[in-house]
Write a protein of this length. Structure first.
Length: 164
């Protein structure tokens, strides 16, 4: 049976030690939906929401949030993010938000992707709440998580940095 990695043998919460793990290229994709009224979508499309450009603001908010994940999730490692991309696709009844996060690190980047998509959705909600009282955020989930070993040259650079 698997054990919880953030719980020590004494039962207390702990940060996982990843220092012995090799560097890997990590990628995670998370997605979620927000249901919006058709009138709200029309206001967004015509840039008529009083708070500004909803989708542009949500993209920036999601990227910024992903970068702050370690400050929001107590036992999360601080990661050097190489890429955070927020995609927002409107549909007839709302919008789907996808966050793609990438890094080269010793631990995964799924929390950053989940935080990015969630904050982007919350930003849409916040910006539209004056005109739409029926919004529903749903289906926030990790869609994909990959890990690829990086080239030996990258490992040698890391070893050189560690010796410095």
């Amino acid at each position: 049976m698997k054990r919880l990695t953030h719980v020590g043998t004494d039962g207390r919460a702990q940060m996982v030690d990843v220092s012995a793990k090799p560097l890997s290229k990590r990628r995670a994709v998370a997605s979620g939906r927000i249901r919006l009224q058709r009138e709200t979508l029309e206001l967004i499309a015509s840039d008529q929401i009083a708070k500004g450009n909803v989708f542009a603001t949500a993209r920036i908010a999601g990227i910024q949030a992903a970068k702050q994940t370690a400050q929001l999730i107590p036992l999360c490692h601080t990661l050097p993010l190489g890429q955070v991309n927020i995609e927002i696709i409107a549909s007839k009844d709302g919008a789907e938000v996808k966050c793609i996060a990438q890094t080269i690190a010793q631990t995964g980047v799924e929390m950053e992707a989940l935080v990015g998509v969630t904050v982007a959705l919350l930003t849409i909600y916040d910006m539209c709440k004056a005109v739409d009282k029926e919004m529903i955020i749903s289906n926030v989930q990790l869609f994909e998580k990959t890990k690829t070993r990086v080239a030996a040259a990258c490992d040698r650079r890391s070893e050189k940095t560690r010796r410095s």
